[in-house]
Design a protein around this ligand. Structure first.
Ligand code: HEM
Length: 164
């Protein structure tokens, strides 16, 4: 059961990550495509990839990952840090959705430097996640702030942030 779950986790995250890395190249194609019909195909392919392949894979990767935490009882500091890095990947995923909407408007553009920056940020986040999960570094829980280690800590932290 665990090996099946892990296999599904890995297959889905490979599709998710590969998709996020390919997307910036697809938006950047918009500047190179001149014909109306080709532009329409590029737009529908990009939207199809995002909504029907990449996003469902992300849901499956996160769902199987969450299940694995409880099945394998991985309640460790490196897993908490991996989840923070996955949070960053989810933000990049949501940002990609916004870019798809904006870039295919008539005035929409996606410059080469943005293509490289988006691909680099995605690659750096994926590398950090892979390092954490494969190296499983033995991190001491004391590296986390005190409020994160105490039950009810989030509430007292948010109260201390409230303006007087
Ligand atoms: C919310 C999202 C995620 C959760 C909750 C999650 C959780 C987990 C858990 C609990 C394991 C099993 C660890 C073990 O048995 O030692 C695992 C394995 C793994 N995860 Fe994730 N994961 C998530 C997303 C990702 C992402 C985005 C990547 C890659 C970019 C990734 C890469 C891996 C790899 C490579 C393994 C296999 C590690 C091994 O067998 O040593 N995970 N994940």
């Amino acid at each position: 059961m665990t090996s099946w779950l892990k296999a599904i986790h890995i297959i889905s995250l490979v599709i998710w990550c590969a998709g996020l890395l390919v997307l910036p190249g697809l938006y950047a194609q918009k500047a190179r495509v001149k014909e109306k019909e080709a532009l329409y195909h590029l737009q529908s392919f990009t939207r199809f990839a995002y909504t029907s392949i990449i996003s469902p894979s992300a849901f499956i990767a996160v769902g199987t990952g969450m299940t694995l935490i409880f099945v394998r009882e991985v309640f460790t500091v490196w897993m908490a840090m991996k989840l923070a890095a996955v949070g960053a990947l989810v933000l990049l995923h949501v940002h990609a959705g916004h870019v798809i909407v904006r870039v295919f408007r008539p005035e929409g553009r996606f410059s080469t430097w943005r293509e490289h920056a988006a691909a680099f940020a995605t690659l750096a986040t994926i590398s950090a996640i892979l390092w954490l999960v494969l190296a499983k570094p033995l991190l001491d829980v004391t590296i986390l702030p005190e409020w994160m280690r105490r039950p009810g800590g989030l509430q007292s932290f948010s109260e201390s942030m409230r303006p007087i």
